[in-house]
Ligand binder design. Structure first.
Ligand code: NI
Length: 387
């Protein structure tokens, strides 16, 4: 079963929606234009219920099948863009300075809308398909906000599925894995205070630049020496701010970065050791360190049975040899992880072809992937809800 025929007919329409969203990017929870356009379309498709304002600006559409029985399955897309200046000359390029759809959430939203249109039209299934459009995937935990607003209980959602485009993987291919597939991401912020002074008299100062440098080095020993070499972990310090002048030892330095892992045990270990290393190193040099360690998105864990199911559905669309059902995990993060903590399900990557990478100013979602992704959603709902 290749591309679903009726989905192929919707390709032009879905592409137009995608490009309209692309031209009007919105950030985090401020996705009012996108959300109201999504809600209007879901109503026009004849969804049984369209509910807005879940998780502030999230939108949910309820589509009931015409056969008796069946379960309730949630299909999720994200709607938000990024604070990046678009560097393309596309006719539908961003009309908003400093904002662009550089992660393909425009494509995700358009494909799920296409699936909703098809499913509301045909209703050739038992049970209920719930289409979920969330805000604030890019760092705002919009999925968690929707869950806290009752998303899963209110609509009785039993299983959840998500999808993300994947630059560098050919269009028409899918990849996923059972178990941990994307990392937990926690934030490290350190304010160091020493004693500032003249660069010529370091004996009278406590040099926060040196202390900061030692901390950056020592933190890498956590990954190298504390974490089991067969487990995954990343610590990246990406902010090192301090000093303005060549002959002044600064009183304060600020460090910032990220700690990522693929298991709760390693995640806890990183948090414990980062604190010990930061505070211990500062003490060694007589500086004061104030560490703020903020837990972010959890590890994204695909449930085994639903992963096999999702891989089988993808195989029907793309051909079995075009589905990598055991792809390596990534240390990137994704807030669909919150939904997978609450309900069994699977997240899948959709090939975006040879495009610029995610979050790059020249990135563009590949419209050739639309029939593939939309057919996946349609076939997944019809198969999961076969009754
Ligand atoms: Ni994304």
């Amino acid at each position: 079963m290749p591309i679903v025929n009726r989905v192929a007919d919707l390709h032009t329409e879905i592409t137009a929606w995608r490009r309209d969203i692309h031209a009007h990017p919105e950030l985090l929870y401020d996705v009012q234009r996108t959300a109201s356009s999504v809600a209007d379309k879901l109503k026009a498709f004849g969804c049984d219920e369209v509910v807005t304002g879940i998780g502030r600006t999230g939108v949910v559409g309820v589509i009931r099948g015409r056969k008796a029985g069946g379960k309730v399955v949630g299909l999720r897309a994200d709607m938000d863009a990024l604070p990046i200046e678009e560097a393309t000359n596309l006719p539908y390029k961003s009309t908003v300075p400093g904002k662009m759809h550089a992660c393909g959430h425009d494509g995700h939203t358009a494909m799920l809308l296409g699936a909703a249109k098809y499913l509301a039209d045909t209703r050739n299934f038992a049970g209920t398909a719930i289409v979920i459009f969330q805000p604030a995937e890019e760092g705002g935990a919009g999925a968690r906000a929707m869950i806290r607003d009752g998303l899963l209980d209110r609509f009785g959602i039993q299983e959840v599925f998500g999808m993300h485009n994947y630059p560098g993987m050919p269009v028409g291919q899918f990849a996923l894995r059972s178990g941990p597939m994307m990392a937990s991401t926690d934030t490290i912020a350190v304010n160091l205070e020493g004693v500032g002074g003249h660069a010529a008299f370091p004996q009278l100062a406590v040099d926060t630049v040196l202390v900061g440098a030692q901390i950056v080095n020592q933190l890498q020993s956590i990954v190298a020496r504390n974490v089991d070499p067969l487990q995954a972990a990343v610590i990246s310090i990406c902010v090192f701010q301090g000093g303005q002048t060549e002959n002044v030892i600064p009183q304060r330095v600020r460090l910032g970065g990220t700690a990522r892992s693929l298991s709760p045990e390693v995640r806890d270990l990183l948090q414990k050791r980062v604190r010990e290393v930061v505070e211990g190193t500062a003490r060694l040099y007589g500086a004061k360190a104030e560490l703020t360690y903020t837990t972010g998105y959890p590890v994204l864990v695909n449930e085994e049975r639903r992963t096999a199911f999702a891989a089988a559905v993808a195989g029907e669309i793309a051909g079995k040899d075009k589905v990598n059902a055991d792809c390596p995990p990534l240390m990137g993060a994704e807030d669909f992880a919150y939904m997978l903590q609450e309900r069994p399900g699977a997240f899948i990557y959709l090939g975006n072809g040879d495009t610029a990478g995610l979050h790059h100013p020249a990135y563009d979602f590949n419209d050739e992937a639309i029939p593939v992704g939309t057919s996946y959603w349609v076939r997944l709902a019809e198969t999961a809800l076969a009754g």
